[in-house]
Design a protein around this ligand. Structure first.
Ligand code: AMP
Length: 171
């Protein structure tokens, strides 16, 4: 894990002053690390009877689709408003300043579908919480939420205490 951590780059004061941004592009660029991270995470869900991987726009699509491919499952997209072409449902959630929304296709999931939700980084947990809301509106069953990295000090895990959370790397 230390080796994987060493290929994540820290960028101070991005996107604004005071934020230490964990830049995963350097891990994704390194074939060995990307492969290792995806294999390690995927191994956890083999034989768990998962039906779909849910990927959160945009960086959740990268790990999410690699995981789905490896697990031989489909990926369902949760996207920013106005991007999905068919009928959608929407959830609006609070950010540090202002609000944001996410959407999913109404027919993307069926009652009881067992899914994992995937994003690159767990920070405050607001984004994944909104995704959980969408998935639960469609009555699917959330097996676990999975991340490449977790920023523990930001309290995402506590906010999601009713759900299983797995992060490959902890900060
Ligand atoms: P949150 O809703 O606070 O858990 O934020 C989650 C989203 O913001 C994730 O999709 C991350 O891509 C991104 N994010 C938030 N904080 C950071 C950070 N310090 N470094 C890298 N990505 C971050």
């Amino acid at each position: 894990m230390d080796e994987l951590k060493s290929v994540i780059r820290d960028i101070p004061d991005f996107p604004k002053k005071g934020i230490l941004f964990r830049d995963i592009t350097t891990l994704l660029k390194d074939a060995k690390s990307f492969h290792r991270a995806v294999d390690y995470i995927a191994h956890r869900y083999i034989d768990k009877n998962i039906k779909y991987v849910i990927g959160i726009e945009a960086r959740g699509f990268i790990l999410g689709s690699a995981l789905a491919y490896k697990l031989n499952k489909g990926i369902v997209l949760v996207r920013k408003p106005g991007k999905l072409p068919s009928d959608t449902i929407k959830v609006t959630y609070d950010l540090e300043y202002g609000q944001d929304s996410l959407e999913i296709h109404k027919d993307a999931l069926e009652e009881g579908d067992r899914v994992i939700i995937c994003d690159d980084v767990l920070a405050t947990g607001g984004t994944v919480k909104a995704t959980i809301e969408l998935v639960e509106k469609l009555k699917a069953d959330i097996f676990e939420c999975v991340f490449l990295a977790e920023l523990s000090a930001l309290g995402g895990r506590e906010r999601l205490k009713n759900y299983n959370i797995f992060s490959l790397l902890q900060y």
